[in-house]
Ligand binder design. Structure first.
Ligand code: TNX
Length: 494
């Protein structure tokens, strides 16, 4: 069966199917790339994926037009209204042409083509025929920020795990990986001049395991891998709360001068940097400065949530300082929406999460005129249980069914449209220890958040989405991606 264009998730902005124009990938198909070197990494990536799945040679040709069966990646001459992430994908009997103004657009188009091929293309020697439905797709995202947040602090995850997650989120056109690098239970990024942060602060995790951390080279490797999938890493160092691992490493960062013990439980809101001490700002400047230097993206996240251990006037003073420090290093600050209690420059991004605070933090962010990323916990928190049968996960904002995660609209939170930067799906890891755990919680909810971030609101419809979602299962099985077979969805027999 040929996969219909409507099965692509996130569903494209415009679909023009033409059943008389199906294309079949064969042993003589070539991959032609034109318009400049920016297109080449995506061609290399796509060729590797398709060669692995089909066993075909799929040679890459650069520049010249090709007369035979061709998949073409063409950079340039794109409709300007498709913006800097949009693309067109045109399927005719002899060719598939992906055209975009940018490398990101070409990559998104290539991910769409991947989803139009049978799921078994994900395994070595998959089974064809490799037929792609004919017609044209015209596509661009609804929002610029389509985020996934991964907590590597509560439990540490290896570079390989993070790279695998990047591949999984990029399949659904997520373009931001917000990496929660520090918390009470662990400090996961090496900072020159502060070796105890990782030696002590990185030495454990929730439940008392051995933890871990990324060297600066490993962090750069993650950033580069993400960039190759057109995903921007937004690193987060949380403060003034969620800092027990830092305080346990450097007693001078506490007001008392005494280091607390390492913490391996899952309470929140008890630790605080000492806001009145000069060393706190030296620490902040060196940490944020080194992160900024290693991060090509424009954003650095400063946390700012659940600062129950910090007096309110200290809190606003700290946030003001942290936002200024990020700016001094040439980046824009992102924080959880509580940061709106402090004065914020207009480009700042406030991320709304706390559906239990009655929207107070969100209202302040709207009044401040800052940009808002919507991650309402009762919709977007992938760490919440699906239902009573879920063994992993927390319950404070849930349970969150696949339908609940999918069936909402970012414009319904009272944020003026011009202030909505996008949506994000956070995955906190108090209860998650393996890649399979990550996948069980993210899939199948993450594609729903991705579709909210990318597709026009007019396409939003749970009753058809659940059928389209079911059609992803063969691909996930071929990828060995461990998803939750929620009873809300009629999964095909595996
Ligand atoms: C709230 S979300 C937190 C995290 C927890 C999470 C668990 C946010 C900004 N703070 O510290 O890990 O709940 O769901």
């Amino acid at each position: 069966m040929v996969i219909p264009m409507t099965d692509v998730i996130p569903i494209p902005m415009e679909l023009h199917p033409d059943p008389s124009a199906d294309f079949t990938l064969t042993g003589s198909t070539v991959l032609a790339v034109s318009g400049g070197a920016v297109a080449e990494p995506t061609a290399t990536w796509l060729a590797a994926l398709l060669r692995h799945g089909t066993g075909f040679a799929l040679p890459i040709t650069v520049g010249a037009a090709h007369a035979g069966s061709v998949i073409a990646l063409e950079l340039g001459d794109a409709d300007p209204s498709l913006g800097d992430e949009g693309y067109t994908l045109t399927v005719r009997p002899g060719s598939v042409v992906i055209r975009a103004a940018t490398g990101a657009g070409l990559f998104h188009g290539a991910e769409t083509l991947r989803q139009l091929l049978p799921g078994s293309v994900e395994t070595a020697g998959g089974r064809g025929p490799w037929t792609v439905s004919g017609g044209q797709i015209v596509d661009r995202p609804r929002y610029p920020w389509r985020g996934a947040m991964l907590d590597v602090a509560r439990h540490f995850f290896s570079v390989a795990d993070v790279e695998r997650y990047i591949d999984e989120i990029a399949l659904y056109k997520i373009n931001i990986l917000h990496l929660h690098l520090t918390d009470d239970q662990g400090w996961r990024i090496a900072i020159n001049g502060w070796p105890q942060l990782t030696a002590v602060g990185g030495s454990t995790e929730v439940g008392g395991g051995t933890g871990g951390y990324y060297t600066q080279d490993q962090y750069r490797q993650i950033v580069a891998y993400a960039a190759s999938r057109y995903v921007t890493v937004v690193p987060e160092v949380d403060g003034p709360g969620h800092v027990n691992a830092a305080l346990a490493s450097y007693p001078e960062l506490t007001c008392s001068g005494t280091a607390p013990p390492l913490y391996t439980g899952i309470d929140v809101g008890f630790s605080s940097l000492c806001v009145g001490k000069a060393v706190t700002y030296q620490f902040l400047d060196e940490v944020l400065g080194q992160l900024a230097a290693m991060t090509p993206g424009s954003y650095i996240a400063i946390g700012g949530d659940e600062a129950g251990g910090t007096p309110p006037e200290d809190y606003t003073a700290f946030i003001e300082k942290a936002v200024q420090t990020v700016a001094a290093h040439g980046k824009t600050a992102v924080g959880w929406a509580e940061i709106a209690a402090a004065p914020l420059p207009s480009g700042t991004i406030a991320e709304y999460w706390d559906t239990a605070d009655g929207g107070a933090s969100l209202e302040r962010a709207v009044q401040d005129g800052v940009k808002v990323v919507l991650a309402p916990a009762n919709r977007c928190y992938l760490d919440q249980k699906y239902d009573d049968n879920t063994t992993l996960g927390l319950v404070w904002a849930g349970p969150t069914s696949v339908e609940t995660a999918y069936d909402w609209d970012p414009t319904s939170y009272g944020v003026p449209a011009a202030q909505v930067e996008g949506v994000e799906a956070p995955l906190f890891s108090e209860t998650l220890t393996t890649m399979a755990d990550i996948e069980q919680m993210a899939f199948p909810r993450l594609p729903g958040i991705a579709e909210i971030g990318w597709s026009p609101q007019s396409t939003h419809d749970w009753s058809s989405y659940r059928l389209r979602l079911a059609a992803q299962a063969p691909r996930w099985e071929a990828m060995n991606l461990d998803f939750y077979r929620s009873p809300e969805v009629s999964w095909p027999a595996g």
